[in-house]
Design a binder for this molecule. Sequence first.
Ligand code: WTA
Length: 637
Amino acid sequence: MPKQIKQRDLTEVLSSEQKKYFPSKTIIKNANVPDYEKTLKKAARNPEKFWEEAAQDVHWFKKWDKLIDKSKKPFYKWFVGGKCNLAYNALDRHIEGENKNKLAIIWEDETGKTKKYTYFELYEEVNKMANALRGIGIKKGDRVAIYMPNIPEIAISMLACAKIGAMHSVVYAGFSSGALEGRIKDARAKILITADGSFRRGKIIDLKKIVDGAVKNCKTIKKVIVAKNNGAKIKFNKRRDIWFHDFVKGQSTEAKTAQMNAEDPAFVLYTSGTTSKPKGIIHVHGGYAVGVLRTIKWVFDLKGDEIFWCTADPGWITGHSYIIYGPLMAGVTTVMYEGVPDVPTPDRIWKVVEKYKVNVLYTAPTLIRAMMRYGAKWPRKHKMKSLRILGSVGEPINPEAWKWFYNHVGKRRCPIMDTWWQTETGMNMITPLPSAPLKAGSACKPFPGIIADVVDKKGKRVPAGKGGYLIIKNQWPSMIRTIFNNPKRYLKTYWSQVKGAYFAGDVAFRDKDGYFWIQGRTDDVLKIAGHRIGTAEVESAFVAHKAVVEAGAIGVPDELRGEVIKAFIILKKGIKGTEKLQKDLKMIVRKNLGPIAVIKEIEFVEKLPKTRSGKIMRRVLKAKELGLPLGDTSSLV
Ligand code: WTA
C-alpha cells in the first residue's frame, strides 16, 4: 500500500526500481497510436484541434457550428449547434454497417447463466424499451432512476433512455434504501427501473425490498419496472409495479432516435463529495461520446473485433463509460459479469477470460489484491492467450499488485494501463497508451489533449518529486457540465481552489520523467475497494442512531481494500459504549448506505477536534490515528 507520508517526502515512496522504466517488452508496436511521445507533443500544440479531430469518429446528425464556447466560464460548452445522440452512436450506427450481427453483449452471472445479444438484437430490445418509456409519458430531459445488478436489462434501460433523450440516473445496486431515496429525490426521477434481486456468493439479495423502502418516500416515482433476474419471490404493488417483460411486451422493434443538441444532458450520476449530500454529475450527449470513444480506442488499442471486459459495475462511471457506452460505440463486444469473481473457485475470473477469449481486461486494484491472496497458482492454470491489454482504475495501484497482475495474469506480455480519472471527467485522463514505456504504479502521463499539473495552494507548479494538488488546466469534451440543480456547488467544488483550473481533489506528484503518481484524495472522500464514499455520508448515517450525538469518520489504510472507515462516536449522556452498540452502529450505516461502507473500528470518545466554526477536523483525527504530524492546527479549538 502507498504509505501515509508527509507531502514533502513524496519521492521517498518510490523504490529505485520504480523510478526506472519497467523492463517490459510490452510496448505494442502496431498500436493505434504507434509513437507515444510524438502523439503527445502533437496534441499539446493544439489540444482543441486534437478534440475536433477526435469528434470525427462520432456520428453527427448535424455538425457543430462552434467547437467550444468559453463565454460563461467554467460552464463550458462543446460542439455548439451540433446534433447527435449517444445511443445512436452506441447502437443505431452499427445496424447500418458490418457490426449488425456481431455480438454486442456477452453476459454471464455467478450461477453460470449466460445470455448473448448481437448489435441488432440489442438494438431491437432497446427500441422496445424506448417505445414503452415513451408510452408512459417519459420525455426528453425527464429523469429515470435505475437500480439494477449488472444484467443486460440495465444496458437496455440506459440506452433506451439515451435514445429518447431522457436522462438516466443509475444508482449502484450496493447502496441501500436511504442512499437510493436521497438520489431519487434529488433527481426528482419519474420512474424507477430495477430487478427482483441479485446473487452474491449464492445468497439472494432482495433488491426489490430495498427499492420499496426507498420509493415509499419518493412522491415523484409513478412506476417501478422490475426485471426478472433471480426469480425470487417479491412483493408486488399492483398499482405501481410492472414486470420489465410485460412493460415491453408488444412494443414495436423500431423506435425513433431523438436528435439531441450536443450539450443536452445524457445522464446524471451521483457521486460522493465532502458533504453528506451526493452530487449529481451531469454529462452530455456530444462531448461525452467524443471523449469516451477516443479514450477507449486509444488506451485499449481497440481495432473493432475485440472482446472487452471491464469488471466494474454499471452503477459507477467506469461502468457507464467502459462497460456500456465505450465498447458499444467502438463496436466491440462487451462482457458483463454479474457476481463475485471467486465463486465457485478462486479462478472463476480467469475462467471467464478463457471462456470468452477476452482481449482486454480492465479491473481494479482491490480485485487484483483479493486474487493475489489466493496465490498465483490460480491464474497459472490458465494461459489466457487472448489477453492483449490490462487496465486498472479506481484507486492507486501498489507496485506489488501491479507486478502480480503483469506477471501472472498478463504473463509478461500485456501492458497495464493504469487509468486515473473520475466520475466528473467522464473518461480516462492520466493513463499510459500501449505504446508508452511503463513504470509500476504510475498512471504515466496525461492523455493526448489533456493538460494536467501538480501545484501548490497558490496554483504554482511544484518541482518534480514534490507532492501537490492535481489540476487540469484545459477543457476536454467529456468534462462535467454542472452539478444537477446546484451550479453553485459546481463552481465551489471544482473551480474555486486554483484560478482557471479544474481541481480534481487528488494529491499527486510528477517524477523527473514527467510521470504522474497519484497518492489519493485531499478531501473527505474515501475510496473503499475503489468505491467512492464521503465521510460526511457515513457520519450522517451514524447520527441517525438515537444513541449518537456526533460522529467523525476517517479513512484508514487497509491492505485489501485500500481504505476502510474508522469512526469516532460521541454518545448521549448516560449511554454506555458496549460491543452490542458497536454492532448496532455498524448495522445502521449498512442500512443507510450499504455494505460498501466498510467500518473497521468504532471508538467511543468524549470530544471531537473541531474548528472554531464547529467543523470536525478529520485531518487531526487521521493524523492522531496514524501517528502523523498534526500539521497546521491554528484553527483548532
Ligand atoms: C481515484 C473512478 C489512483 C482518485 C473512475 C479519483 C485513482 C477518484 C485512479 C475518482 C488511479 C481513480 N490511480 N487513484 N488509476 N483512478 N482514482 O469518481 O482518487 O469513482 O479522484 O471515478 O478515484 O473516483 P470515481
